[in-house]
Design a protein around this ligand. Structure first.
Ligand SMILES: NC(=O)c1ccc[n+]([C@@H]2O[C@H](COP(=O)([O-])OP(=O)(O)OC[C@H]3O[C@@H](n4cnc5c(N)ncnc54)[C@H](O)[C@@H]3O)[C@@H](O)[C@H]2O)c1
Length: 360
């Protein structure tokens, strides 16, 4: 079992990563707070893993709240359902929310925990690669509005993260590749040697070879933990974790939540950010193409889907909460491993890289 510690403002918490953790709770059972727990899960994950979680925590009173699988369920209405379930459970300040699922479940359950009685503990049990390397770590919780992704949320750190890599065996290949996009992000934004390691190990990772997979998850968690410890509330450096995300969130919102996987949108978004950086003369064009090649090798999309309106994407990017007033504030890069905040990007340059390929 690998263990990564996260230093959060309100205390430290462990991320445990390993095969078979759900079936063998010796390493973490005592770390789960509360006598009562609300397990938030979704319609795909609950039938697969809820029994194992119940068996791991035989001495707790557990209530379940199940949402439909997929991004479209990351709504305030579903958070209301979670509150009703917490009320049925009579959950108090000392009890906990357990998020069993991918990033959608984790973001929603974390937000419910942040609000219930002004904040109760929660535990992340991520079952997608994306959630293991990114969303379950760092305490960002949120739900979507039709107007934009993650517009309602809170910073609320989990008490514990339990990443059982065996759960990835049932994850559809498309979801697994989507998670690899966030792994590539860490190399792209801040670690050129990790990026090179990913180029060398892309085939092994796609084949889910246990050694490289565990190493990639651990490296990603270590990078995220370090950045979150230095900047928990995203006043500075943490914004770099959004490399590719302003474009990606716009792509998700404009194409309709759930059409593109989050990681797919981020993959396209990172390539757009890299191409925009090259267009602005800030980074080598060859680095943008190297990034596109790695993402393509992993089986991820690298260009705006045909038929997507560039104007609608720009509109959506303006609403993105990371933008100040009318100027576009974007995370771009100087090249592989060197992301940076650019706070005054000309909309016309952004529009130029957003144009989808014309149908022939
Ligand atoms: N909070 C953060 O810091 C942060 C960071 C990155 C992404 N996110 C959010 O995470 C979300 C994306 O997360 P995701 O990619 O995990 O999506 P997801 O939660 O929708 O999971 C993807 C699909 O896989 C299914 N699934 C999950 N685990 C499975 C398993 N082990 N076996 C079989 N099926 C399984 C789910 O039911 C779902 O259909 C987005 O909403 C994004 O905004 C948040």
């Amino acid at each position: 079992v690998k263990r990564v510690e996260v230093e959060a403002a309100n205390g430290r918490y462990p991320i445990l990563i390993g095969a078979g953790l759900l079936g063998d709770a010796r390493h973490w059972r005592e770390l789960v707070p509360g006598r009562r727990g609300l397990v938030v899960s979704d319609s795909e994950v609950a039938p697969l893993y809820l029994d194992a979680l119940r068996a791991a925590l035989p001495d707790r009173t557990l209530e379940e709240f199940r949402i439909p699988a997929g991004e479209a369920a990351k709504t305030l209405a579903q958070v209301g359902g979670a509150f009703a379930a917490l009320a049925r459970l009579r959950a108090g300040r000392d009890d906990a929310v357990l998020a069993l699922g991918g990033g959608v479940v984790g973001d929603l359950a974390g937000f419910a925990a942040a609000c219930w009685m002004r904040g109760i503990a929660y535990v992340q049990i991520p079952t997608t690669l994306l959630a293991m390397v990114d969303s379950a770590v760092g305490g960002k919780t949120a739900v979507n509005l039709p107007e934009g992704k993650n517009l309602i949320g809170a910073f609320h750190q989990p008490r514990l993260v339990v990443a059982d890599t065996d759960t990835l065996a049932t994850l559809p290949a498309r979801e697994f590749r989507s998670g690899l996009a966030e792994v590539v992000k860490y190399g792209a934004l801040g670690d050129v040697s990790f990026f090179g390691w990913l180029e060398t190990n892309a085939a092994a990772l796609i084949a889910q070879q246990p050694g490289p997979l565990l190493d990639a998850i651990e490296a990603s968690c270590l990078m995220k933990a370090a950045i979150v410890a230095r900047d928990p509330l995203e006043h500075g450096e943490r914004a770099l974790l959004n490399f590719g995300h302003s474009f990606g969130h716009a792509l998700e919102a404009v194409s309709g939540y759930g059409v593109l996987r989050h990681g797919e949108a981020v993959a396209i978004g990172m390539v757009l950010a890299a191409r925009l950086s090259a267009r602005l003369g800030c980074a080598p064009a060859a680095d943008a193409e190297r990034l596109a090649r790695l993402l393509h090798a992993i089986g991820l999309p690298t260009s705006v889907p045909a038929g997507t309106s560039a104007a609608a994407l720009l509109d959506s990017m303006h609403l993105d909460k990371k933008n100040l007033a009318a100027r576009l504030r974007l995370i771009l890069w100087r090249g592989i491993g060197h992301a940076e905040v650019f706070s005054d990007v000309d909309e016309r340059d952004v529009a130029a890289v957003l144009e989808p390929p014309r149908p022939v």
